[in-house]
Design a protein around this ligand. Structure first.
Ligand SMILES: CC(C)(COP(=O)(O)OP(=O)(O)OC[C@H]1O[C@@H](n2cnc3c(N)ncnc32)[C@H](O)[C@@H]1OP(=O)(O)O)[C@@H](O)C(=O)NCCC(=O)NCCS
Length: 181
């Protein structure tokens, strides 16, 4: 797992066990967890277990999760990844989160573009989709800025923090992405 995707300000690489403390510290912030499932990483042990699992998933080829590493100074500032990679139908699900102090600088779009380049060129995928819980405005905005299209509205699709939330299904095709650049 030597893979490394490099952008102007960030590097994406598989997480390692020594990232446990920083990842766990980032996800303690409620704003990060509100519209994601990462509150599962609330303890050091569960975070370590997650990182161990990412290594198994990389070997299986089904999920590829990357740490987002700020280049200067080098530190882990979030995670992004592909899940449910379906090589037969050439699609995968995208997920991402960023530590709050780094929001608003276009770093997640930079990370998503690296993932899309990699997905379409190296993995030969054709379609990347994401489920965004309503009303996760920053994430909806990110999807729109990259050129993902709204494909569906899933009513009461997730039970999150004691209430039912709707989800918006976004997707981007290889050809959409290449024409949107
Ligand atoms: C969604 C998320 C990854 C966006 O990352 P980002 O790197 O800040 O993205 P951008 O810099 O492109 O900002 C996207 C939008 O967020 C909003 N935003 C920016 N800074 C913000 C802040 N401090 N507080 C609230 N919203 C903010 C703006 O609307 C911005 O749109 P604009 O560029 O048109 O102004 C980040 O907000 C996050 O980690 N949220 C929690 C986890 C999550 O919800 N993940 C997505 C699950 S589908």
């Amino acid at each position: 797992m030597k893979i490394k995707l490099e952008g102007p300000r960030i590097i994406l690489r598989p997480p390692v066990l020594s990232d446990t403390d920083i990842i766990n510290a980032h996800v303690q912030v409620p704003d990060i967890c509100r519209y994601t499932f990462i509150s599962r990483l609330s303890t050091i042990e569960s975070t370590r277990e997650y990182i161990r699992n990412t290594r198994k998933w990389w070997r299986s080829g089904r999920n590829q999760h990357f740490a987002i590493v700020w280049k200067n100074p080098q530190c882990v500032i979030g995670m992004i990844g592909l899940s449910a990679i379906d090589h037969k139908n050439r699609n995968a699900e995208l997920g991402y989160w960023l530590a709050k102090k780094y929001w608003g600088q276009g770093l997640t779009p930079e990370a998503i573009r690296l993932i899309l380049d990699y997905s379409f060129k190296d993995l030969k995928l054709r379609r990347i989709y994401a489920h965004v819980m309503h009303p996760n405005k920053p994430s909806i905005r990110v999807m729109e800025k990259i050129g993902f299209q709204r494909e569906g509205y899933l009513r009461k699709a997730v039970f999150q923090n004691g209430r039912w939330l709707d989800e918006i299904l976004f997707a981007i095709l290889k050809e959409d992405y290449l024409s949107h650049r």
